[in-house]
Design a protein around this ligand. Structure first.
Ligand code: PXP
Length: 236
């Protein structure tokens, strides 16, 4: 399985001070040097973390692939058409949410989704639809022209270690199987961490996992000791 690393949290930290540190470009490079096979950034409508210039620069600096997460917004569609990322992942977006809360309702807006992604597909960018692992969403996704779905693993992650884990896991497994039988390629992501990720190996044919929060959280603590000792040394 391939690993897509989501670096939005690095931009959140940078924006807290409004400067350039920590650099999302460096974060992407380090992720790539350590096994990431793609870099994901979510260009939100409110630009709360990743900014337009980040995606433009990443397009030039990445050695792997840029996966641009985006909502069905016209201005962001224009950017996607302009920068031609390797892939986009279409997500639902609510202004007040802390992170992407649920999958995209492809079933309920099949025509709208199909029309929205058409120019992006025609422009040579791969399209993935971020959906809940529901039969109707998978079947609808297969009708849109998108090559991929990304299954929302949030419910599985939340139920991990509880009596509901198996139900949530089987939903993912069955949705992946259905999607593959309909010709879709399948990725997964959201809420995956160092404890729960191993069960993704039990889903045949999964291509890529997109992981952000747990990796950046771990990076804080694997790096904090060194950062403190370096500063302590400097001011001794
Ligand atoms: N995939 C999608 C479509 C997402 O919206 C997110 C969160 O931005 C992720 C994967 C990564 O989720 P997490 O940060 O919980 O690993």
């Amino acid at each position: 399985m391939l690993l897509g690393v989501n670096i939005d949290h690095v931009a959140t930290l940078r924006n807290a001070r409004g400067g350039v540190e920590p650099s999302v470009i460096d974060a992407a490079r380090i992720a790539e040097e350590n096994g990431a096979t793609s870099i994901t950034t979510h260009l939100r409508e409110d630009r709360r973390h990743i900014k337009d210039e980040d995606v433009y620069t990443l397009t030039k600096t990445l050695k792997t692939k840029l996966n641009l997460e985006m909502a069905m917004a016209e201005d962001i569609q224009k950017i996607a058409l302009d920068i031609r990322p390797h892939s986009i992942c279409l997500v639902p977006e609510k202004r007040q949410e802390i992170t992407t809360e649920g999958g995209l309702d492809v079933f309920g807006q099949l025509e709208k989704v199909t029309e929205f992604i058409k120019p992006i597909l025609d422009n040579g960018t791969i399209v993935s639809l971020f959906i809940d692992p529901e039969e109707e969403q998978v079947k609808a996704s297969a009708k849109t022209g998108a090559q991929f779905i990304e299954m929302h693993t949030g419910t599985y992650a939340e139920s991990f270690g509880t009596k509901n884990e198996e139900i949530a896991f089987l939903k993912l497994k069955n949705a992946a199987k259905l999607a593959q039988s309909l010709g879709l390629k399948v990725n997964a992501g959201h809420g995956l961490n160092y404890q729960n990720v191993h069960r993704m190996q039990e889903i045949p044919g999964l291509i890529e996992l997109n992981i952000g929060h747990s990796i950046i959280s771990k990076a804080v603590f694997t790096g904090l000791g060194k950062a403190v000792s370096e500063m302590a040394e400097l001011i001794k």
